[in-house]
Structures are given as structure tokens and as C-alpha cells.
Design a protein around this ligand. Structure first.
Ligand SMILES: CC(C)(COP(=O)(O)OP(=O)(O)OC[C@H]1O[C@@H](n2cnc3c(N)ncnc32)[C@H](O)[C@@H]1OP(=O)(O)O)[C@@H](O)C(=O)NCCC(=O)NCCS
Length: 175
């Protein structure tokens, strides 16, 4: 196994490999329909793959969003998937770091994520209580709703995250 991971934007011909990655990374959850829908609209997503040994070892999506009542530029991180044989080798972290850098260049203000705080806390994400998720989360998930401001000097903003139609499915926001 190579120790070199290349992070690049995904291209259409990556679809089959991305399609086989998700069921391996998420055996109990079918995220592929969401991923495929999001990938169809390149204007709203940043899609990065981590390539190792000429194969796609990981993938991450960031979706452009807004916050209702605000002009802030927001992004929603997810899904993030790393192939089991490549997990704990830095692929996920490299994808998150590269994505945040890319969003900084696009002058995105804040990135939200619904995920494990023990993982995203490593990347500077903190529990978010002012920006609300698009659907009410179960109380036990409140610490999983997190954000990271890309400009530390920015005043926190409040309001509901406005997500594109692909994310407007309550099932994506419930256990
Ligand atoms: C979670 C996931 C994306 C992490 O990617 P990765 O490439 O394996 O992680 P990295 O190598 O960048 O980081 C590894 C570190 O994060 C920790 N870590 C990995 N997954 C974690 C998790 N779910 N919770 C807490 N810590 C986690 C590891 O313990 C490791 O720490 P160490 O270096 O101190 O041992 C990947 O394991 C994965 O795809 N898992 C299945 C799908 C999933 O759960 N995705 C959603 C993420 S919330």
C-alpha cells in the first residue's frame, strides 16, 4: 500500500468507483442516491476524491447552502467516506483539510456538519447552536450538529441552514 494520497476534484468517470466506495464505508446506510443526486449538480457541490495506488480510497462532498435571513455563505460537509482498508491512514483528514482550503478560496464563511464530534472536533468543528439544521434533530444528536467558521474574526450568525432540494429529506436528518 502506498503512503501517498492525492486529493483532487472528482470527475464523471469516477462515478463507478465512488459508487462502490459508499456501500463499503457505510454498510448499514444507503447514501448513494443522495451522493448521485448531489454529483449531478456541480454548481452546488465541491466533490473531492482521495486517490491512493491509482484507486479511489475516499470521497467527500461539500454542498453550497445559505442561512435563512442572512447573506452568509455556508457549506454543508458530507457525506465523507473512506474505504475500510484505507481508514485511519489520514485519507479522511486530508479530504477535510483540502475541502476547507477550497471553500476558503471561494470565500465561504461557515461549514456545518452532522457527524461524530470526536472526529470533526479534530478539524476545528464545534457544537453549533445558533445555525439550526434544516430539520429538528433528536436530542441525542445535538452534539453531532457542528460548525467551523473559516474566518475566526467573523461574528456568529443565527438562522436555519437553507439546503438545496437534495438535502430536504427528513430521513437524512433522523436516526
Ligand atoms: C470516519 C472516517 C471518514 C475517518 O476517515 P479516516 O481516513 O479513517 O480517518 P483519518 O485517518 O483521517 O483519522 C484517523 C483518526 O481519526 C479517528 N477516527 C476515525 N474515525 C473516527 C470516528 N468515527 N470517531 C472518532 N474518531 C475517529 C481515529 O481514531 C484516528 O485517530 P488516531 O490517529 O489518533 O488513531 C472513515 O473512518 C469512514 O469512512 N468511516 C465510515 C463512514 C463514516 O462513518 N463516515 C462519517 C464520518 S462522521
Amino acid at each position: 500500500m502506498s503512503n501517498t494520497i492525492e486529493i483532487r476534484e472528482s470527475v464523471e468517470t469516477d462515478a463507478a468507483e465512488i459508487g462502490s466506495l459508499y456501500p463499503k464505508a457505510f454498510p448499514d446506510e444507503d447514501l448513494l442516491p443522495l451522493v448521485r443526486e448531489l454529483l449531478q449538480d456541480a454548481t452546488i457541490t465541491v466533490s473531492l476524491v482521495g486517490v491512493a495506488d491509482s484507486q479511489i480510497a475516499g470521497h467527500v462532498l461539500f454542498t453550497r447552502c445559505g442561512v435563512v435571513g442572512s447573506s452568509i455563505k455556508a457549506s454543508l460537509l458530507g457525506p465523507l467516506a473512506v474505504a475500510p482498508e484505507w481508514q485511519r491512514r489520514g485519507v479522511g483528514s486530508a479530504l477535510v483539510r483540502a475541502g476547507l482550503q477550497r471553500l476558503r478560496e471561494e470565500e465561504v464563511d461557515v461549514v456545518c456538519v452532522l457527524g461524530d464530534p470526536r472526529y470533526y472536533g479534530r478539524h476545528g468543528f464545534e457544537q453549533e447552536s445558533r445555525i439550526e439544521p434544516p430539520f429538528r434533530l433528536p436530542p441525542e444528536w445535538s452534539s453531532a450538529w457542528q460548525s467551523r467558521y473559516l474566518d475566526d474574526t467573523m461574528a456568529p450568525c443565527s438562522g436555519r441552514l437553507a439546503v438545496p432540494v437534495q438535502w430536504q429529506q427528513p430521513a437524512l436528518w433522523a436516526p
